[in-house]
Design a protein around this ligand. Structure first.
Ligand SMILES: Cc1ncc(COP(=O)(O)O)c(C=O)c1O
Length: 297
């Protein structure tokens, strides 16, 4: 088995131990591939022998509508990690600032071009939040700042007014601010928290990814039943993901003191049981709903 920077070596584990591991190493939706995505892939198969439009015109036009930003401000990549590397290679910063801990690929990308990576150490005493002092770590020598919003792996969110001040500081120092909002949409009030309104007011780039909790969303919305909506919201609360993460196990994470589970494995098994029960309920209700719709008046 290899030690990989991003994601676990599930194939190496299978080859070595002859079975599959419970993989907590990647922050991907536990709900599987959304039905709509599976249908779109199937529909696109007849043209899979050709390169897609390299400029992603149709995709960017749809994303522009969804995100409320102009299509020519959007660049699509093969995952957000691909864009992180491409951005670093295009911009070639000599010195960059990241928080520690944060998503490992920022430093991995920066190191490929010999960039000096300054790590701003987040403190347990601050609950790993980004403090005011982060502003003074941005100076004229810094060309690029990565900020993860909310931060992976701490889950800490930097308040939007503080993000605005960080952007001002970056702009004054000639640094590009790369705000990673890949997991912001997990938060119910993400529309108020996004830095999109700041686009155009400084040197700002926002990263987004599809690795989100969307598999059941359309069905839950279609049913629009108060009890299902309640469970749906409850299941998306970040606490479950803290309990399932193996990290707190080794370093005594802040959430461990109110964690009801003995181990992340116990939390995972429980979450998966609740999830499959919820999926069954959704399916039953959906069938009943569709049968009712089909009955002529
Ligand atoms: C904070 C953060 N940003 C970006 C990514 C990369 O996203 P993608 O899977 O689209 O490459 C990850 C993946 O774990 C992540 O945790």
């Amino acid at each position: 088995m290899e030690q990989l920077v991003h994601g676990g070596d599930w194939a190496g584990y299978r080859a070595q131990f002859g079975r599959d591991a419970l993989d907590f190493s990647a922050n991907v939706s536990p709900l599987g591939l959304p039905e709509g995505v599976a249908k779109a892939i199937t529909a696109a198969l007849p043209t899979a022998d050709r390169y897609p439009d390299p400029l992603c015109r149709e995709l960017r036009a749809k994303l522009a509508l969804h995100e409320g930003v102009p299509a020519d401000h959007i660049l699509c990549g093969n995952g957000a990690a691909d864009l992180i590397f491409r951005l670093v290679w295009a911009r070639k910063p000599r010195r960059a600032l990241v928080t520690a801990p944060t998503f490992a690929e920022y430093a991995a990308a920066l190191e490929t071009i010999g960039c000096t990576v300054e790590r701003f150490i987040l403190q347990a005493a601050d609950d790993f939040a980004v403090p005011e002092a982060f502003l003074s770590a941005i100076d004229d020598r810094v060309d690029l700042v990565f900020l993860c919003q909310p931060n992976n792996p701490t889950g800490q969110l930097t308040p939007p007014d503080f993000v605005a001040r960080i952007l001002q500081r970056c702009t004054a120092c000639g640094a590009l601010l790369v705000l990673d909002e890949c997991f912001l949409d997990f938060l119910p009030d993400h529309a108020q928290l996004t830095a999109k309104p700041l686009l155009g007011s400084g040197d700002l780039l926002i990263l987004k990814a599809f690795t989100k909790l969307y598999a059941l969303r359309e069905k839950v919305h279609q049913l629009n039943s108060p009890d299902l909506n309640y469970v749906w919201r409850f299941m998306q609360s970040s606490d479950h993901f803290y309990y399932m993460a193996t990290k707190w196990f080794s370093d005594g994470d802040v959430h461990s003191y109110f964690n009801p589970y003995g181990s992340p494995y116990e939390a995972f098994v429980n979450y998966m049981n609740v999830l499959s029960d919820f999926e069954i309920q959704i399916q039953r209700r959906l069938e009943a709903y569709q049968n009712k719709q089909a009955v002529p008046a």
